[in-house]
Design a protein around this ligand. Structure first.
Ligand SMILES: [Zn+2]
Length: 277
């Protein structure tokens, strides 16, 4: 159960409501299944964040399903909290490294995973995914194992989490500003950060859509020209240029309310999802 009391706390209650809706939207759009998770920085205590207890995101229904954790170590504020996700260090370490990041999603999207293992660069293929820019880092947990570590691919401690979080920055710089919205995780999925629940949900949905479009473009080109027919110096696919990724990113942020309100209606129209916050 969440530690802070939402009574008469409009901002906290709205955060709970958006958090639960966000989880439902992510499930409805198949970004999350029984696994994967959303987190949000606490609106009053920036050194804490909120996640759900250890249940499938589609079944989160009220603030009783939510748990507060410390950003510092991903430990629950209330030691008697129900069991949490083992990979919550993904969230704590991204929130720790980047003070302006307020929401994080970790997904095992099957559309995106191929780009984490194939060596094909994942980049903005259409305007709704301009936030991806022209290069998406791939984090390989296998490079961070030490003797005694369980090699289960999970980001289950702060060391792995910090290594993943550093991939959001610019290589060789300690800037507090993330240079990347999305980091792919080899053989696992992806993590996306954003300034709010609404922004990060949009980014997650359009990251998955971008993967579908990019895959279709690669397959279409290979089917038509044959796998050996590559344009000089590249795949032959015309991705968004660096400049072209910037305008759509602003547009997506300014118009985020439009898809968000549609998606809220979509999940409200389904019998599966309850939001009592
Ligand atoms: Zn995972």
């Amino acid at each position: 159960m969440a530690t802070s009391s939402p009574a008469n706390d409009v901002l906290l209650q709205q955060t709970y409501r958006d958090f639960i809706s966000g989880c439902h939207i992510l499930h409805y759009h198949r970004v999350l299944d029984a696994y994967g998770h959303l987190s949000v920085r606490h609106p009053h205590y920036p050194d804490r964040f909120i996640m759900s207890r250890y249940i499938a995101p589609a079944t989160i229904a009220s603030e009783r399903d939510l748990v507060e954790y410390y950003v510092e170590n991903a430990e629950p504020v209330d030691p008697n909290s129900p069991k949490g996700y083992s990979e919550r260090c993904i969230h704590s370490e991204v929130l720790k490294r980047f003070p302006d990041v307020n929401a994080v999603i970790h997904s095992h999207s099957e559309a995106v995973v191929p780009y984490s293992i194939s060596g094909v660069p994942f980049q903005a293929a259409f305007h709704m995914a301009g936030f991806l820019g022209v290069q998406t880092p791939v984090f390989d947990v296998g490079k961070h194992y030490e003797p005694g570590d369980k090699k289960d691919m999970l980001i289950s401690n702060t060391r792995f989490g910090a290594a993943l979080a550093s991939c959001f920055g610019t290589e060789g710089q300690e800037s507090n500003e993330p240079a990347h919205a999305v980091v792919l995780m080899r053989g696992h999925g992806f993590t996306v950060q954003g300034p709010s629940i609404m922004d990060v949900v949009l980014r997650a949905v359009y990251t998955q859509q971008n993967a579908g479009i990019q895959t279709t473009a690669l397959l279409t080109r290979a089917a038509h020209f044959g796998p050996g027919q590559q344009a000089s110096g590249g795949s032959g696919i015309v991705y968004l240029s660096e400049e072209e990724t910037e305008g759509p990113t602003d547009m997506a942020r300014r118009s985020a309310n439009r898809p968000w309100r549609l998606w809220l209606r979509e999940v409200k129209a389904q019998g599966l999802y309850d939001n009592m916050a």
